[in-house]
Design a binder for this molecule. Structure first.
Ligand SMILES: Cc1ncc(COP(=O)(O)O)c(C=O)c1O
Length: 375
């Protein structure tokens, strides 16, 4: 059933941005309000995997891909992605750079873990980060300036073989898309405890960024929207008794002077923000605890007025405090307003913007390309 290649002919990456792409960039302005995904950058990075090897990624226009209707990813979901950000450099440490990527090698490593889990080829970390640098360096005028705003980056890989057999692709497409992003969840959010559906099962794909994980959450999100809630809070798939994570954020509870989060497992994504907060929390006088959190014990403790904050964290939201918990039984539980989540959010954003120093490799300076949008 396997067919001839589904990929376009290979083209050589060029150091200079083709004039047609430079023109597209010149005609592109940041939207007002900025929002998220309102403007897709007109340039993206692309590379194909063919004959057992990755091409060097190159920049191209954000144009439709020419794919056969029986392209593998459309049928069997062999698709993964990353979500990461480039921030305007607002600090003194990297004077030659307008923009800082946040922990790009961590994202490259997680991308490769996702690839392996879905039977896809890894991509060399330096190709992955090099493509990000090239794209972000070119898109300099699309990196917004304000604290908390960013250029959101979406590395993606999908199985591109045109073949209806239930076997892994042999050809793959790697893309990096970009969209300017406003800070979001700047006010406390409401979270809906999902008591019926599950996000991830043991031995499944919950610990990687498989596209299908997110499709599987869409039906569960419908009641949440009907009731005016913003985020799904998932419980474990076996008993529905313990917190796992939000749909695109890890979960933390500040319980007195302890910062508690569920331990990583094959049902929880190893969030890079989660890891960053665990490293940053010490100076806040908080003891870290990675342990199971029982939902009923948490609700009882909130009801009895214990000193508790609940928040989510992830690349998109950074840190998002929860002010209201609800569920299908009619539970509506308010959480008092507190400051640790907001303090952690500010601390992390200051690092992401280069205002404060950070551990090695967290801030990754990008040099603006002379071919880029300010040329
Ligand atoms: C399921 C899930 N959990 C947690 C996170 C947070 O991960 P990170 O902090 O790396 O963005 C994300 C977002 O990528 C996610 O999709």
């Amino acid at each position: 059933m396997s067919t001839a290649t589904n990929l376009p002919a290979q083209s050589t990456p060029s150091a200079a941005l083709p004039p047609e792409l430079a023109d597209r960039l010149k005609g592109t302005e940041l939207p007002d309000p900025l929002g998220f995904g309102r403007l897709m950058a007109p340039v993206m990075a692309i590379a194909y995997y063919r004959d057992g090897a990755w091409e060097t990624p190159r920049l191209t226009g954000l144009d439709p891909l020419d794919l056969a209707p029986h392209t593998q990813a459309l049928h069997y979901g062999q698709a993964i992605f990353e979500g990461m950000k480039a921030y305007r450099n607002l600090g003194p440490s990297f004077p030659g750079s307008n923009t800082l990527l946040f922990r790009p090698y961590e994202h490259a490593r997680r991308f490769n873990r996702s690839a392996l889990r879905l039977g896809m080829p890894e991509i060399d970390e330096s190709l992955f980060v090099g493509a990000l640098e090239q794209l972000v360096g070119t898109l300099d005028t699309l990196v917004p300036d304000r604290h908390g705003q960013s250029l959101y980056l979406r590395p993606t890989m999908f199985g591109a073989t045109a073949d209806l057999s239930v076997v892994p692709s042999t050809e793959f497409c790697f893309l990096i898309l970009a969209t300017p992003s406003d800070a979001f969840f700047t006010a406390p959010i409401s979270a809906w405890i999902e008591r019926h559906y599950s996000r991830a099962g043991a031995g499944g794909t919950g610990c990687v960024k498989a596209a299908g994980n997110y499709a599987a959450s869409f039906a569960a999100a419908a009641p949440l929207r009907e009731h005016g809630f913003q985020q799904l809070l998932w419980l474990d798939a076996v008993n529905h008794t313990h917190l796992e994570e939000f749909t695109a954020m890890n979960v933390f509870v500040r319980w007195g002077d302890k910062l508690v989060t569920p331990p990583l497992s094959d049902t929880i994504l190893a969030g890079i923000t989660r890891d960053s907060l665990l490293q940053l929390a010490k100076p806040f006088g908080l003891a870290m605890e990675e342990r199971q959190i029982e939902i009923e014990a948490l609700l009882d403790a909130i009801r009895s007025g214990e000193d508790i904050e609940l928040f989510g964290c992830g690349t998109g939201a950074v840190v998002a405090p929860v002010e209201l918990l609800g569920d299908e039984s009619g539970l509506r539980l308010k959480l008092p307003s507190q400051s640790t989540a907001a303090d952690l959010r500010r601390r992390l954003l200051d690092i992401q913007h280069g205002i404060d120093p950070a551990p090695d490799d967290w801030q990754w300076p990008v040099i603006t390309s002379p071919n880029g949008s300010d040329s």
